[in-house]
Design a binder for this molecule. Structure first.
Ligand code: ZN
Ligand code: FE
Length: 241
């Protein structure tokens, strides 16, 4: 079972520090920047072995080169965007597996936010890293894909076991939840979740991880009936205050 620690980066990004206590492997998912990751490693006395990226955006890859230079860690990311992932060593896509210490991660292609966007799923540790595709109660903007792409991505993620923990790229939960309540004002699960989320954020605590089961009940994009409805909701969220 991996330990997974949040490493806050930039203004609202999370990188995730992974540790396999059996092998000593240490990974970071989506390092926006190197300094907070290096500080987290130093505090634990760990040496970084793996860098994982979900997609090419700078706020998910900005730490790749300095971390690779400092530690010699290998960089693993979406092969569909290999030319845009700094320092990439191994490109992966749908159906590939990644070996991390004694754990094996599965890879899903979930394009929509960007052309090459992957999810990493560690079944034994009940954890999925969803980057900027699936957020707690939300989804990423459609910069390089279509509502149909995002609808398909949601079907892959929705199919994971309900107790899978969802680790996404940003702390957007409170804003997402306000929009979710706008879409489904009578949804008791969203109402209850927002009580928890508002309390956590008032205390400056993270709301991550969510779970797949919670997203099925509260996420207006996972709950959209078809690509058209998802696209209309995404367009409404883009201008939602
Ligand atoms: Zn992004
Ligand atoms: Fe991002």
């Amino acid at each position: 079972m991996l330990s997974i620690d949040l490493v806050p980066c930039l203004s609202d990004n999370y990188a995730y520090l992974l540790h396999d206590p059996v092998s000593g492997a240490v990974g970071i998912v989506d390092p926006s920047e190197a300094p907070p990751v290096l500080a987290a490693l130093a505090a634990r006395g760990w040496k970084l072995t793996h860098i994982f990226n979900t997609h090419h955006h700078f706020d998910h890859t900005g730490g790749n080169i300095p971390l690779k230079e400092a530690t010699g860690a290998v960089v693993i990311g979406p092969k569909a965007d290999a030319h845009r992932i700094p320092g990439l060593d191994t490109g992966v896509g749908e159906g590939d597996t990644v070996t991390f210490g004694t754990e094996t991660g599965g890879v899903f292609d979930i394009p929509a936010h960007t052309t090459g966007h992957i999810a990493l799923y560690f079944a034994a540790s009940k954890a999925v890293f969803t980057g900027d595709t699936l957020f707690a109660m939300g989804c990423g903007r459609l910069f390089e894909g279509t509502p149909a792409d995002m609808f398909a991505a949601m079907r892959k993620l929705e199919a994971l076991p309900g107790d899978t923990r969802v680790y996404c790229g940003h702390e957007y939960t409170e804003s997402n939840g306000r929009f979710a309540l706008h879409v489904e004002p009578d949804n008791a699960d969203i109402q209850a979740e927002m009580v928890k989320v508002r309390a956590l954020r008032a205390a400056h605590e993270p709301t991550i991880p969510s779970t797949i089961a919670l997203e099925r009940r509260t996420n207006p994009f996972m709950r959209a009936a078809n690509a058209g409805e998802l696209g209309a909701r995404r367009a409404a969220k883009d201008s939602f205050k």
